[in-house]
Design a protein around this ligand. Sequence first.
Ligand SMILES: Cc1cc2nc3c(=O)[nH]c(=O)nc-3n(C[C@H](O)[C@H](O)[C@H](O)COP(=O)(O)OP(=O)(O)OC[C@H]3O[C@@H](n4cnc5c(N)ncnc54)[C@H](O)[C@@H]3O)c2cc1C
Length: 470
Amino acid sequence: MMGLNDATPELLTQIEAAIGPKGLRAPGVDDLTEPRGIFKGRAASVIRPSNSAEVSKVMEICHAAQVGVIPLGGGTGLTGGRSLEIGALPVLLSLERMSAIRAVDAAANTMVTEAGAILQNVQTAAEAEDRLFPLSLASQGSAQIGGVLSTNAGGVNVLRYGNARNLCLGLEVVLADGRIWHGLRGLHKDNTGYDIRDLMIGAEGTLGIITAAVLQLFPRPAQQLAAWIAVPNPASALQLFTLMSAALGHSISAFELIDQTGMSFLSETGVMTPPAHLPASPWIVLLDCGAASGDALSSQVETALAEAFEQNLCTDALISQNAAQRDMFWQIRETIPAANRRIGAVSSHDISLPLAAIPKFIETARAAIDPGLRLNCFGHLGDGNLHFNIFPPKGAKRSDFAHMTKDVQRLVYDLVAEMGGSFSAEHGIGRLKLDELQHYGDPVKLAMMRAIKTALDPRGILNPGAVIPL
Ligand SMILES: Cc1cc2nc3c(=O)[nH]c(=O)nc-3n(C[C@H](O)[C@H](O)[C@H](O)COP(=O)(O)OP(=O)(O)OC[C@H]3O[C@@H](n4cnc5c(N)ncnc54)[C@H](O)[C@@H]3O)c2cc1C
């Protein structure tokens, strides 16, 4: 790849002439910082094209000038994917003006949307046509469809509906040199060579700019409920998952594990006071189910829970009686990351493991970590994805333990690798996990990734330094 040049005032003038004065704005603090404050990016300007033809013009200009272009969605990514701190000065390319939801086809269960559409607006538009777009994240009020697809985001419903990749049928993408790939089709079957759509999803803006997508929708479940279930330990939680899966099949949309530490962080930080009547235990499972009308979902869950009590897999349980109670369970779950951020993690790990390995992993990792540190282990147990986060003792500051971060990470990731898991389940590589990818990644896969990057972006202008080191 070639060396890049700074984005100069002359380049910005050229872009303005091509897409008009509304197409540029000065970068604000929110454009340059990211949620965890680990990275601080730089950019000469935020370029805001209003359609894919304008994206194409911008890319042509930046390609000719060999200037880095960093796609910007809602800015909620957690791995520094849109924050370039070193090297030539890039531009940010924001999809904020391309937020239209173009069409919802309820009969075909599809939606065509521009990449800048906010996830929550996509969910609402689907709901207006009595359809469900099931991708659900705590950041859905800001995250955009382009960002969600570029990070192959997961969230709480992966168990039943899959991650972003599984919810996308077609894409429109502008390549590094400005060419537009028109792959905006809603076909379920299309075996016509390499799957470019799947290549672009999860590429974190390093292979192309996603400008529009065809999304997969679903009928909305007529009945939905959640259960707050006290379990003695992760092994029981896993056995409970097996039991519930056998009893409820595809009705289960989420099976979340919550650590008592996470619950105590809510009150310690004051972000939320969970109701006192909730079953308490060292570990909680939040089960969420949905079914078509006619099925007696509530009685099915009750029967399965009775069986679980008999097998000593749970000690107490509360089934939601209405939508407000179900929302309250979820609000607790979704507020835990905010409490985590207030406490400040010494080290956070977004990992996945084969299901059977999870109890052993938690036990072994816990025993190996300095007993003075606190562990908050929570996440999407049903799909094998845990957020395994380590915190300072109560009252202590994260900065006093910063010297331990690297060692804790190595310990956790080595154990994950040994047990056949992944060091990045949901949040991607960005710039945060470049070293881990080089260390734990399969060398043949890494060579293929570099070859693909060179083929599609020979000048290396697309999100330089993300996923593939500079
Ligand atoms: C509170 C909170 C909770 C979260 N929960 C989850 C969760 O449960 N599961 C999960 O997977 N993630 C989660 N995330 C992470 C984040 O929300 C997701 O990664 C989200 O998909 C990012 O979308 P975004 O629009 O904010 O992208 P950004 O942060 O703007 O960008 C992310 C990456 O995608 C690239 N990109 C953005 N738009 C485009 C585009 N149109 N074309 C090409 N590349 C593009 C960027 O360059 C960057 O590399 C959470 C984040 C927060 C802050």
